[in-house]
Design a protein around this ligand. Sequence first.
Ligand code: ADP
Ligand code: MG
Length: 416
Amino acid sequence: MKFSELGLKPEIQNALADMGYQDLTPIQEKTFSLILSGRDLLARAETGSGKTAACGIPLVQMIDPLSNGIQALILVPTRELALQYVDEIDRISRLTDVVPFAIFGGFSMEIQRAKLRDQVHLLVATPGRLIDFLYHTKSIDLSFVRTLVLDEADEMLKMGFIEDIEWIMSCMIHEHQTLFFAATMPEPINRLIRTYLKDPVRVELNTEQVAPQSLAHHFQYTGRRDRLKVLIEYLKREEISQAIIFCNSRHYGEKLIRSLEGEFHSIGYIHGGLEQSRRTSLFERFRRNEITIMVATDLASRGLDFSHVSHVINYDYPYGQESYTHRTGRTGRMGRPGIAMTFVTDQELGVLKSLLKMNRIDPVWHGNIPNLPSASKSNGRRNGKNCLRKQSQRISRKQFPSSNSEASNAHLSRSL
Ligand code: ADP
Ligand code: MG
């Protein structure tokens, strides 16, 4: 289906044409009229399938620019995602009088407040910063909001924002529409849905296949000691347009960047410890393809859209299957080919086996192919799996405590 068939305002249609958007992606096609009809919605689709515009286009269409007040509120888990989201809305609404704006931590509240005093129709916000505004300054009025959106709802819950989100949702007692967008639907989301959504329509695309099909899953079985050497050889051998290399902590990332800097020139390192301005500038340079290799902690795995990324490399094996999906979803977007390369050591063979099975991944092995343990096999292996799971729980609890303010969000991302 084409955007020209939707009866969109001409300003939106022209903007979409300028952006090179002609055909709706499947999730956009399935959700467009539901959103316009005012229904509550639960939309689940693979990463890189165009969920931002699926929501952004009908929102811009519905907003009445002559009416004052915030008419659409979009909650996103991170600052970078807030910027990216508002950027997409900016492009969609460029020729209309709709005013989008984003608030997030790490940026002056005073400046944000000044802007909020002017006209803002569509507000993108991280939960912590929004609560700071609602609670401490009372300078945001949500009573005109007609549509509330949770983007990356799964990530938000995983990051411990559930209480924040419930608090925000409970503030909005007037009649409104609620839309959830996510790539995965873990159980806690269902409770929120039962409490806050009215008879939601579920749109689930490719639920068996949360990862894009254009993504090839490569694996390299290696010992910890050889890993760096193997990585360097891999990076030199492969035809890489851009790569993100994920590490599990800031400390590991620092070690890795020190080892790679001597070998590769166009390389950067992004993590949660950087100042906001530095983080934004690194993201922007990477997006403009001025940096080829980006070492990153999981900070960079959430929802961000980098269209040139040909390779996502899990140098450290990701904690949890959802993390694998989010990291590797940074490539293979919108049907473009991408390679996810994951380094696997003996320790991870148990979890790898279930990852392959659950996600129906057909692995491409480089080097030796390990023997994956059979499910009922030795305790030792099962212990290994449990140990990794426990470790992951411990980390997620430490990294993602429930937070009620931007201050605790800062704590939250300390190890990312
Ligand atoms: P998701 O939120 O599902 O992970 P995004 O909303 O970030 O995906 O979109 C991924 C990419 O696809 C973005 O670069 C976006 O500009 C592009 N895109 C979205 N919709 C369309 C479309 N209809 N036609 C062409 N490109 C699109
Ligand atoms: Mg998204």
